[in-house]
Design a protein around this ligand. Structure first.
Ligand code: SAM
Length: 476
């Protein structure tokens, strides 16, 4: 027997719709991207009961006025180029069958029931579980850190989680973490081969970076949130891969620009960069100068004593791709950039008179990222697509060796969008045509929104081809 009326969940939405001849429907709805009704399993284009020659394009609730003044004028002009606009009122009712169990239960359970549930979970799981939290609100901050309210136990959000053999320490109140991505972290890392070079533009506390390094990849891991970088370093150390994880604390665009600057260009970072903690480790530096290492003590502690012996190095050196051989074979031959004191200081230290090419166990493994990297991870689904412009003309063709890098760019696809529209966005931002992209569905994040991973090889058109300088024949 029902203890409630299903009709009590009915919600009526009064919205506006455009009445459009059906042959123009698709073109107009594309132009109105972002202003269409965005509700799970509700199509924003419906039949027009008054004429079968027409369709109705349902507009989002944020369009409140029939003069469409809530939509930017340039979009309206674009639509008017296709067809004159006819606006009509429309109403839609979503009922019990539409709403999720979560939504229905929240409506009917008494207030305060969450505290009772929290207390029972806490009492029955203590000491294994010491804090019970509830995620509140939606994430709006740039570091993607959710807000939590503590329902039971101590108010300490520092914890440790395990993902397929790796241990991650984190403070839930300071950094992004989502255990639901475990499968995706594993899937992507399974595509990497030992010895490959990985650039993680939005690395967080390292759920891609650490397992990739455990696999024998060299990882350049960046995050704008200094707390994420702090925990990334802690986690690299916890998992004994600090020699293969190079942490950066930069905006993602700056990071990717920085790792692709050829070594013969003069804008090497100054020592001050390290002291400011802007750049926690350099791609180009090779083995660090001990003088500099001393100066950088607070930030360099992650590199201390990783216990990686020569045998370990040999294993990675002998791995599948020739790429990995480059850093180990070539870094001692790398010339210092002329006139750069910092650059000299940052160059591999080569003891005078020593022909010993052995690598000290505590020396971090570097690759020449401006010559080659294999994969780029971009896990910031809300806006990673917009960062694809970062790849326009930054990789110097004259320096690059081997295959083009794979870009793995996470994104959301809403009910009103499609793989085609996302690909078109990506190509527009990248400024190049993407050949043979793949879309992997990661998970449904809301009834009308799924997370995808768009993977593709960076197109040739993105590479920078420099004109040779007429005077000296060298590329400018
Ligand atoms: C969705 S989280 C992904 C973290 C991690 N890769 C994972 O899979 O759990 C996105 C990360 O990007 C970082 N971030 C946001 N804006 C950024 C930017 N402009 N440059 C670099 N990192 C940024 C955030 O601090 C956050 O840690």
């Amino acid at each position: 027997m029902n203890s409630f009326e299903e009709s009590q969940f009915d919600v009526k939405f009064d919205i506006w719709a455009l009445q459009i001849p059906r042959e123009f429907c698709f073109a107009v709805s594309r132009k109105l991207n972002g202003y269409l009704l965005d509700k799970a399993r509700v199509k924003p284009i419906v039949e027009d009961p008054s004429s079968e020659k027409n369709r109705l394009i349902l507009l989002s609730e944020k369009v409140q006025n029939p003069d469409l003044s809530d939509i930017p004028g340039d979009i309206i002009k674009e639509v008017q180029k296709t067809i004159p606009i006819e606006v009509i009122p429309y109403s839609i009712t979503l009922g019990y069958s539409y709403w999720s169990a979560d939504h229905v239960l929240k409506q009917i359970l008494p207030q305060g029931v969450e505290d009772a549930i929290a207390k029972v979970i806490y009492d029955k799981n203590y000491p294994r579980i010491q804090t019970i939290v509830n995620k509140v609100g939606t994430i709006t901050n740039e570091f993607r850190v959710p807000k939590f309210e503590v329902l039971a136990g101590k108010s300490d959000l520092v914890t440790e989680v395990k993902q397929y053999g790796a241990l991650f320490k984190l403070d839930y109140s300071l950094v992004y973490w989502n255990s639901r991505l475990e499968h995706e972290h594993k899937r992507l890392v399974s595509l990497f081969k030992p010895g490959e070079t990985i650039c993680d533009m939005f690395a967080g506390i390292g759920p891609f970076a650490i397992p990739a390094a455990q696999k024998g990849c060299i990882v350049y891991a960046n995050d704008l949130n200094p707390d994420s970088v702090k925990f990334l370093k802690i986690n690299a150390k916890l998992n004994k891969v600090e020699d293969r994880v190079h942490p950066y604390n930069l905006d993602a665009r700056k990071f990717i620009a920085q790792v692709t600057v050829p070594d013969d260009e003069s804008n090497l970072p100054s020592v001050g960069d390290f002291e400011d903690a802007t750049v926690l480790s350099k791609t180009r530096v090779g083995i660090e100068d001990s003088r500099l290492a001393d100066q950088r003590q607070p930030m360099n502690d992650a590199y201390a004593g990783n216990g990686m012996g020569l045998e370990d190095v040999a294993v990675y050196d002998a791995s599948v791709t020739p790429v990995v051989k480059r850093p180990l074979d070539s870094r001692e031959e790398e010339p210092s950039p002329a006139g750069s004191v910092d650059g000299d200081a940052l160059k591999p230290s080569r003891k005078k008179g020593s022909s010993n090419k052995r690598i000290r166990p505590s020396e971090p493994l570097h690759t020449r990222t401006w010559e080659h990297f294999d994969h780029v991870i971009m896990n910031l689904p809300a806006s990673a697509l917009q960062f694809l412009d970062a790849f326009r003309g930054i990789i110097h063709k004259r320096c690059w060796k081997g295959t083009h890098p794979w870009i793995h760019c996470y994104c959301f696809i809403r009910a009103s969008e499609s793989e085609e529209s996302i690909l078109a966005d990506a190509e527009r931002t990248l400024g190049a045509t993407i050949i043979e992209p793949t879309f992997h569905r990661v998970r449904d994040v809301a009834p009308n929104k799924a997370m995808f991973c768009l993977s593709f090889e960076l197109p040739e058109a993105c590479f920078l081809e420099e004109e040779p300088d007429v005077a000296d024949g060298k590329p400018r």
